[in-house]
Design a protein around this ligand. Sequence first.
Ligand SMILES: Cc1cc2nc3c(=O)[nH]c(=O)nc-3n(C[C@H](O)[C@H](O)[C@H](O)COP(=O)(O)O)c2cc1C
Length: 168
Amino acid sequence: MNKIVIFFSHAGDNYSVGNIEVGNTKIVADYISEITGADQYEIVTHKYDGMAYTPLINLAQEEANKGELPPYEGAAPDLSKYDTVFIGGPVWWGTYPQVMFTLFKDIDLAGKTVIPFTTHEGSGLANCVSDVKKAFPKANVTKGFSIYGHEVRTGKAKVEKWLKGLGY
Ligand SMILES: Cc1cc2nc3c(=O)[nH]c(=O)nc-3n(C[C@H](O)[C@H](O)[C@H](O)COP(=O)(O)O)c2cc1C
């Protein structure tokens, strides 16, 4: 089984954890790769670099309301050799950050197993699983996993337990 983790994660000033050098979701993505051997593709944008928390949440809300699709750096990944795709990101205003939806438009996950996960501060999976299902109607989208962002640094055991339940 060939696996890849596609994720977005925002390092910098954030709710509850302060100014972090490595984003919460990246830490979970790294646990998944360490435990399952999955490759990684990180969705990168420099649009939010150096922003303080309050202007960032305002900008993100505006993007979500308008359905904006900010560009990501580089090319979309070639997913032809993968049958299992983990998709992870923070919850921003009830779903994944808009830049993730930009990538979703450029990839095809038909026939693949898709495993969504989030880091969050209270919303859990929010609308992420249903929005992934909408983006990839021909994929087999599983129920998903969420963990508090402020828990990830001490929460590796929770990720291990989830993955064990999936057979890893
Ligand atoms: C712009 C923005 C919007 C957010 N919106 C929500 C939200 O709607 N629900 C929630 O539980 N957490 C929300 N959060 C908190 C993040 O989901 C949480 O801190 C997450 O772990 C960040 O992951 P990252 O470090 O990988 O970017 C928001 C954070 C930001 C910066």
